[in-house]
Structures are given as structure tokens and as C-alpha cells.
Design a protein around this ligand. Structure first.
Ligand SMILES: *Cc1c(COP(=O)(O)O)cnc(C)c1O
Length: 395
């Protein structure tokens, strides 16, 4: 493994198609043994030949070959010039804010993003004198109005969880750049297979690799892909300095998971369409939020900036009682938080992922107690439809 450590990586040329890049970019055979799979380098340190002479690796918090290969792979998939991985999605959020915000700076955040993000902003970063505004980033005028002289970052998630509201990445990037700010997109829901924000002008992309990138619900992880050398330099510095890095084993799990990203996403998308149609035609379901429907208010934008619709769907059962009844009956779908795994996960946002928002906060974004969110997996779709049908019969 003679690859340069994180921070000094060469830009990926994108000479491969996406599926080939998933399997081969950064995933070259091990030069010392020919092992076709990138080994798990379970080591904390590296023996040096003489003082000041090493093979590019000194200490595993700073860099590890398994991690380097994963970072090369993910940078290529996001059309980025670098990627840095962290111990969880939230550790990646922490790193990016620590790198690019200081006292007196301002960040604009979507008002309906992953709950852990505003929790960290308000309950941790605000104590260090960083200012936050929350706006509906699907409303470009609202973003424009929220821009201040000290705005450094505009943080968006598109589509949002669980309401599936889209934000126009290129327009928000234009507004942010005009005001001297950078755009970070949480791309966890779509994965780079369906959406590559950097190609639309975003400066950085964040992922919880816990979700579709790993894809098998067996490890936490986070990533920041970036576009400028200064980003890479600061993020590598933060890995070394804060130390919330992804372990070699977890890196290996993502390297393994990502090889099948393209086929998994195709199947997620196909099953997602079938489940969305089924729910829409079901008499017990009042509403289905899914950007793949031609009458979704932002369907045109979805087609412009995404190449598929993914497998995240939210539907309205009418009441908390109904949601509870149906969720008690699912057998193939698993009642659980998280998303993006090969198995179908179903959840109740109001009491699970979005409980911390409080009733008032949920009302503000339009999240009701009857809403159910489903992350459609890659099982046989007939089994999923039959399971949902028998569960909905309980209402
Ligand atoms: C899960 C998730 C996160 C947080 O990631 P962890 O790996 O759980 O720390 C951030 N954003 C989105 C959209 C997520 O789904």
C-alpha cells in the first residue's frame, strides 16, 4: 500500500463508470500479497526505517491504509477531490463544523434536517459563540434573507427526513457563494449513486455511511467529501487532532458494502416505486410523500438533480393509534430507527427519530403523529407488499 496518507491524495480522474469505481477505485489488490480485497490494517503504529524515513504512515489516528483506500473510493463516488471518514455521521458533522466555524460565525441550516444535527449545533456549538439560523431551504428567498455578513456555511439535506422536501442544490449554492459562504449537503438519503451534490455546485458532501454506503446495517460511520485543498488539509488535521476516526474494521465494512452500491440502489429504487404505488392505492393510507410521484410538488427538481428516487417513503395513517396498530403487525419489515440497509426498516418519526423536536417543533415542519417512514430494502417486493397489506388491515 504505497498510497499517500489522507490529506495528500491525488484527485480521482473518474476514468471509470460509477459501478466500476465502486468496485475498483481505491479497491486495488494489495501490492504486497496480491489479496484482491483491501486488508484490514489492524495496527496502531508503523515501524520506521530510520528517523524521518517511513512508508507514508506513522500512527493510525493520523492515517491507516484501509482508511486511505476507503477515502479514495468515496471521494471518487462523490466527484470530490478528497474524502475523510469519521466514527459516525455525527462525528463527521462535528469535524466539519470544528474545521470551518469559529466564534462569531453564522451557519444557516435547513429547518427539517436530521435531528442530531440541530441538537449538536444548538446544544454544543452555540456554547462556543457560533450562531445558527433555521430556514426552509426549499424556499430560496428565505435562504437569501437569512444570509448575513458572517454566514460561513449553508447546511442542507435533500430530500429531507421524513417529509421528502427537496432543496435546489445549484440555486442554494449560487446564493451562498454570492455571500461568501460554502454549502454542505447531507447526501445520506440518496447516496452518490442517485445524487452528486458537488456536480451541482456544493462545496462539501456529508454522509452517514451507516446508511446506504455501508448498506448492511452493521456499522456506524461518517464521511465528508470536499472540493478544495484547504478542506482536505483541515479535515485531515481534525482527524489527527480530534481523533474521531473510523476504525480499520469499520472502513473495511464500508469498502465491502460500497462494492454493491449500484446494484443495491437500483433494487432499492425499483422496490421503492412499487411500495409507493401500493401505498398510494391503499384505502387505509391518506397520503404518500415520495418525490417519484409526478404530482410531488418538486418532482421536476427531483428529476433534475437526482437520477433515481431512492427508497425513502413517508405515509400518513391518519392517527397515532393507527400508526401504532400497523407497526405492531409488521413481520417482514422491521420496526427500527436507521435506514439504507438491505432489509426494510419501518419507523414512527414522531416518537422515534423526531421525538426530540417536541410537539411544537414537529407541527412547524408538518410532521404528524400518524406518519410512518419506510426505508424500503431489497427483499422480494411481493413479500413487502403482502406484509404491508396485512399490517394495514389492523387499522
Ligand atoms: C443517520 C443520519 C445522520 C447521523 O449519522 P450517524 O451515523 O447515526 O451518526 C445524519 N444525517 C442523516 C440524514 C442520517 O440519516
Amino acid at each position: 500500500m504505497a498510497k499517500k496518507p489522507a490529506g495528500g491524495k491525488k484527485r480521482q480522474t473518474g476514468k471509470f463508470g460509477f459501478s466500476t469505481a465502486c468496485i475498483h477505485t481505491g479497491q486495488e489488490p494489495d501490492p504486497s500479497t496480491g489479496a484482491i480485497v483491501v486488508p484490514i490494517f489492524a495496527t496502531s503504529t508503523y515501524v520506521q526505517e530510520e528517523v524521518g524515513k517511513n512508508k507514508g504512515y506513522e500512527y493510525a489516528r493520523v492515517s491507516n491504509p484501509t482508511r486511505t483506500q476507503l477515502e479514495i473510493n468515496l471521494a471518487a463516488l462523490e466527484s470530490a477531490s478528497s474524502a475523510h471518514v469519521f466514527a459516525s455521521g455525527m462525528a463527521a458533522v462535528t469535524a466539519v463544523t470544528q474545521c470551518f466555524l469559529k466564534q462569531g460565525d453564522h451557519l444557516i441550516c435547513g429547518h427539517n434536517v436530521y435531528g442530531g444535527v440541530p441538537r449538536y449545533f444548538n446544544q454544543v456549538m452555540a456554547n462556543y459563540g457560533v450562531e445558527f439560523s433555521y430556514v426552509d431551504t426549499s424556499d430560496l428567498d428565505a435562504v437569501k434573507k437569512a444570509m448575513r455578513r458572517n454566514t460561513r456555511i449553508v447546511w442542507i439535506e435533500t430530500p429531507t427526513n421524513p417529509l421528502m422536501v427537496l432543496t435546489d442544490i445549484s440555486e442554494v449554492s449560487r446564493i451562498a457563494h454570492a455571500g461568501g459562504a460554502e454549502v454542505v449537503v447531507d447526501n445520506t438519503f440518496m447516496s452518490p449513486y442517485f445524487q452528486r451534490p458537488i456536480e451541482f455546485g456544493a462545496d462539501m458532501v456529508m454522509h452517514s455511511t451507516t446508511k446506504f454506503l455501508n448498506g448492511h446495517s452493521d456499522g456506524l460511520g461518517g464521511m465528508i467529501a470536499a472540493t478544495k485543498p484547504i478542506h482536505a488539509e483541515k479535515l485531515a488535521f481534525m482527524q489527527k487532532t480530534s481523533g474521531a476516526i473510523l476504525s480499520p474494521f469499520e472502513c473495511w465494512l464500508v469498502l465491502r458494502g460500497v462494492k454493491s452500491l449500484a446494484v443495491r440502489m437500483e433494487k432499492h429504487d425499483e422496490n421503492g416505486r412499487a411500495v409507493a404505488d401500493f401505498l398510494r392505492n391503499h384505502p387505509k393510507v391518506k397520503q404518500v410523500l415520495y418525490p417519484g410521484f409526478s404530482d410531488h410538488p418538486q418532482h421536476a427538481l427531483a428529476k433534475r438533480q437526482m437520477s433515481g428516487f431512492g427508497s425513502m417513503i413517508t405515509f400518513e395513517t391518519g392517527s397515532f393509534k393507527n400508526a401504532k396498530k400497523m407497526l405492531a403487525k409488521v413481520r417482514v419489515c422491521s420496526l427500527a430507527e436507521s435506514l439504507g440497509g438491505v432489509e426494510t426498516l419501518i419507523s414512527h418519526p414522531a416518537t422515534m427519530t423526531h421525538a426530540a423536536l417536541g410537539e411544537k417543533g414537529r407541527k412547524e415542519i408538518g410532521l404528524t403523529d400518524g406518519m410512518v417512514r419506510i426505508s424500503v430494502g431489497i427483499e422480494d417486493v411481493e413479500d413487502l407488499l403482502a406484509d404491508l397489506d396485512q399490517a394495514l388491515a389492523a387499522i
